[in-house]
Design a protein around this ligand. Structure first.
Ligand SMILES: Cc1ncc(COP(=O)(O)O)c(C=O)c1O
Length: 416
């Protein structure tokens, strides 16, 4: 069950997508509860059942209805801001189920996290450690810390989503991490629990992860020689998916998941292992349904103008990312064209220079893999209200899990 053509019309499980367009308008993100549950189940079997702690990186999609489903499979949550902390709590997560990552945390955010009693802070710099230490001492608590190591490993992905290379802003060099861990007595407000690494996102091959495991085996042995004991190793996320076929199961999109889990559990068996996947859990759970406004030609170049835009999926504009485009009605012819939105930027395209459905005004199109880094990166640029999100539930009901923003709600924030 998933997104599938029935009698030539695209459905989410048994629900006809046109019925959703009629009831909720377009553009609209449509999520499948059955795929969300399937993905959580795969991660549970591959990792949690092997002893890993899995925390969903909610930056990929922060909808609380999704968070709630993942929590029911025993997943914790990985946050990067005070807003994400509040949303995780709203979805029912306890402090002990929350990790806090990110390269810059404000004093207010650190205090909020300390007050909430979150499980771990993934600390990325000496300045952050010093501020956290001071705030923990002032609040009479002890912050559990994993230090984020930048191992200088190439994740073989787009440069904008590489994070573990020496030129990236993330983490700290091994020498600095070692230095901090051997001087831990200087930080009375902190308990050093382990090492965190996250080398990048949309990693499609196992080799960078294998390299990371080998690196950590060597690094932790060196730490041990220096008398430093740690308990936790956190690999972050980064598991890539197949954007070319958004309707594939994650065991096909990300075939190395089990091998990675097995190798890590074998080679680093002394440690409590953690992962923080985002994309792999949600990318294939959603499509963005959009209506065609019209078709135009400029100097022989075809443009299909739709009512969705980079405000709903910014990834093509940000990283030239590929998203598959499907017609609602199967077997529509194709032509060489761009699919573009109404936003006033030349980078406002969803697909470029490809064989794409030959649609006309009023037709419905679907943009695939809209579950990850789509809604969570959406904006109101050009004062376009945020669009709704619906969940096709396992029992066939369609639930609105985020309503469309009104013009008044957008304008309300401003003052004349
Ligand atoms: C620290 C950290 N952990 C986890 C993730 C999740 O990555 P992904 O969605 O690629 O699994 C990210 C993504 O940027 C991250 O920065």
């Amino acid at each position: 069950m998933s997104f599938i053509y029935r009698d030539g019309l695209l459905h989410c499980d048994d629900v006809d997508l046109k019925a959703i367009a009629k009831a909720h308008g377009t553009p609209v993100y449509i999520y499948s509860e059955s795929i969300l549950r399937r993905n959580a189940e795969v991660l549970k079997t591959s990792f949690i059942d092997r002893g890993f702690k899995v925390s969903y990186a909610m930056k990929a999609n922060a909808n609380p209805a999704i968070l709630k489903i993942f929590r029911s499979y025993g997943l914790g949550v990985d946050i990067v801001s005070g807003g994400e902390l509040k949303m995780a709590q709203y979805a029912g997560y306890e402090g002990s189920e929350i990790n806090y990552a990110g390269v810059g945390k404000t004093s207010d955010e650190l205090d909020l996290a300390l007050d909430t009693g979150i499980a771990y802070f993934n600390v990325e710099s000496l300045f952050e450690l010093e501020v956290l230490n001071e705030h923990a001492i002032n609040s009479g608590s002890k912050a559990k810390v994993l230090l984020r190591l930048n191992p200088d490993i190439d994740p073989q992905t787009h440069p904008h989503i590489s994070t573990g290379l020496r030129e990236n802003k993330f983490g700290m060099a091994a020498e600095q991490v070692t230095d901090i861990l051997t001087k831990h007595q200087n930080y009375a407000g902190v308990s050093f629990e382990g090492i965190h690494c996250h080398i990048g996102s949309q990693i499609l091959r196992s080799q960078p992860f294998d390299e990371l495991i080998d690196y950590l085996v060597t690094y932790t042995a060196e730490l041990e020689k220096r008398g430093v004991e740690i308990k936790h190793i956190d690999f972050g996320g980064g598991f890539g998916v197949n954007y070319e076929d958004p309707f594939e199961d994650i065991l096909q999109t990300t075939p190395y998941l089990n091998d990675f889990a097995e190798k890590a559990a074998r080679d680093l068996s002394k440690y409590q292992l953690h992962i923080q996947p985002g994309r792999v859990l949600v990318a294939n759970t959603s499509v963005l349904l959009t209506a065609v406004l019209g078709v135009k030609e400029n100097h022989g170049h075809q443009f299909t103008v739709i009512d969705a835009a980079s405000t709903e999926i910014i990834r093509p504009a940000l990283y030239d990312a590929y998203h598959a485009v499907y017609p609602y009605q199967e077997n529509m012819g194709v032509h060489m064209s761009d699919v573009v939105g109404p936003v006033c930027e030349s980078s406002d395209f969803l697909a470029k220079g490809r064989q794409l459905p030959k649609a006309v005004a009023g037709d419905l199109l679907v943009i695939g893999s809209a579950g990850a880094y789509a809604s969570s990166m959406s904006s109101t640029y050009n004062l376009r209200p945020l669009c709704p999100e619906v969940l096709v539930k396992s029992d066939g009901d369609v639930a609105v899990i985020k309503r469309r923003q009104t013009f008044d709600e957008m304008i309300d924030l401003f003052k004349l």
